[in-house]
Ligand binder design. Structure first.
Ligand SMILES: [Zn+2]
Length: 110
């Protein structure tokens, strides 16, 4: 007998997701990326989310694309990447469908 996950897949967001993630996720800084790890604020499964710094650089100046700094305080969108597949998920989609915006703490990637 297996116990089905208590949640169905649902693509959606809630202000609480961002709040909870900000409280519980840990941030690791690699040279070219930031790794956020913690429990999904909706389904509670452990998940990792990789942010490539290039994606949230300030797009001004630096014609060759090097040397720009990440921009602390700029929100990025995260979504559930838990390995669990929930009832109602589109084919090949894992995670519960939750997404939320995360504001990087000042100094991240500094
Ligand atoms: Zn989730």
């Amino acid at each position: 007998m297996s116990t089905p996950p208590p949640l169905r897949y649902q693509h959606g967001t809630d202000p609480q997701f961002a709040q909870r993630a900000a409280d519980t996720f840990s941030l690791e800084d690699f040279d070219s990326a930031l790794m956020l790890s913690g429990p999904c604020p909706r389904c509670g499964q452990e998940m990792d989310f990789m942010l490539v710094k290039e994606l949230f650089r300030d797009g001004t100046g630096e014609g060759d694309g090097t040397g720009a700094d990440p921009v602390p305080g700029r929100p990025v969108v995260m979504y559930c990447t838990a390995e669990a597949v929930y009832d109602g998920a589109p084919d090949g989609t894992s995670g519960c469908g939750a997404f939320w915006s995360l504001t990087l703490p000042a100094g991240a990637g500094g």
